[in-house]
Design a protein around this ligand. Structure first.
Ligand SMILES: Nc1ncnc2c1ncn2[C@@H]1O[C@H](COP(=O)(O)OP(=O)(O)OP(=O)(O)O)[C@@H](O)[C@H]1O
Ligand code: SF4
Ligand SMILES: [Mg+2]
Length: 339
């Protein structure tokens, strides 16, 4: 499968100054990854690890104080390479929605509260594509019907819809122009479990029908388990593990990923849930060496000084951990004694 996005050594910092004191938050710090055409690439990690920041840069939607310090982001559309970080505002605008779309975190507020849904679709479609009123209305009707959304939502105002329906309409709006690449930031967060299922199903349907590539950000590994093909795990601004979904869920090798998996609610009531000790570090002064070392039960001396490289340990499986690189297996069972 060909790559649709390539990210190389990306560093994006929030650089601010107050009372003459400069503060640099290293929210994305040396990330390299490749996203394949047609896959759902999940980005996981605790709150504050840099997921939304990474997405903003991948989308070309970063603004000061967020500053690109190093690295590159490239899209590949129909064989053409586009270096997104050097695109100007107009070129980015041309790509947005038709080629690349975005379902933002907290997207409940995207819909215009004083416009009926059909008018919002009309405004959106005609702003980005050469369609008239009749065409855009028909297109909206056909698209919503195809996604199993009731036609009556078209006449409604956003406040007349349930939270789950509003989110589904927002997702339909972001995808109606058949973008090749969809970035979704926490699309199911703040929804109850039943509604979440509907939103996950909708994203699956769009992906299958349109063959789009989805970059899905959520801290919820249950959602990744449902939707993602591959998962990248972020910790404190760095990619610490990446593999296909089954490997991440069943055979994670990075101690942080193992904690994330072990802290998931289990169907088996007897299985003990292991919560992650401590908190993620502040990214204006991250720990030296491996950023996970203050919380890692396996930390060795070199973990405190040397930043582990993200290395392939098997085809398609990359891990950034000295213990793994040294060939020592971090067994899940050893958590019982390490805790
Ligand atoms: N405008 C800003 N100025 C300074 N620091 C910021 C700004 N926005 C975010 N940060 C910091 O950057 C880091 C990464 O934030 P980001 O929002 O990318 O995390 P996240 O993984 O998306 O978290 P969440 O799961 O809570 O959405 C955090 O330490 C955050 O405090
Ligand atoms: S590099 Fe060291 S501190 Fe970091 S996760 Fe691996 S064992 Fe733990
Ligand atoms: Mg976020």
């Amino acid at each position: 499968m060909r790559n649709i996005v390539e990210v190389n050594n990306l560093k994006a910092y929030y650089i601010t100054e107050a009372f003459g004191i400069e503060r640099t938050v290293k929210a994305v710090d040396g990330i390299s990854l490749q996203i394949k055409t047609g896959e759902v690439y999940g980005i996981a990690g605790e709150s504050g690890c840099g997921k939304s920041t990474l997405l903003k840069v991948l989308l070309g939607a970063h603004q000061p104080p967020l500053t690109i310090v190093d690295g590159s982001v490239k899209y590949f559309f129909d064989g053409a390479e586009i270096a997104t970080l050097s695109l100007d505002h107009n070129s980015l605008r041309d790509l947005r929605w038709k080629e690349v779309s975005y379902i933002p975190q907290g997207s409940m507020h995207v819909l215009n509260p004083v416009r009926r849904i059909r008018d919002t679709f009309y405004d959106f479609i005609t702003a980005h594509a050469p369609f008239g009123k009749a065409e855009s209305t028909e297109m909206t009707r056909v698209y919503l019907r195809g996604l199993g959304l009731p036609e009556k939502v078209l006449a409604a105002y956003p406040h007349q819809l349930s939270g789950g329906m509003r989110q589904r309409v927002t997702i339909a709006l972001a995808t109606i122009l058949s973008p090749k690449l969809i970035f979704a930031d926490e699309p199911t967060t703040a929804l109850d479990v039943i509604v979440q299922r509907g939103v996950i199903q909708l994203l699956k349907e769009i992906q299958q029908k349109e063959g789009s590539t989805i970059v899905l950000i959520t801290h919820d590994l249950g959602v990744h388990a449902n939707l993602a093909d591959r998962i990248g795990v972020l910790y404190a601004g760095k990619l610490v593990e990446e593999a296909d979904k089954y490997t991440i869920l069943k055979e994670p090798r990075h101690p942080y990923t193992q904690y994330l998996i072990n802290s998931l609610p289990r169907l088996d009531e007897r299985a003990e849930r292991v919560s992650i000790p401590g908190r993620p570090p502040a990214l204006d002064n991250p720990p030296t060496g491996c950023r996970f070392h203050p919380r890692c039960p396996f930390a060795m001396d070199k973990c405190r000084t040397d930043d582990p490289e993200l290395l392939p340990i098997l085809p398609g499986h990359r891990v950034a951990c000295h213990l793994v690189a040294d060939g020592l297996v971090v067994e899940e069972a050893s958590y019982a004694t390490a805790r």
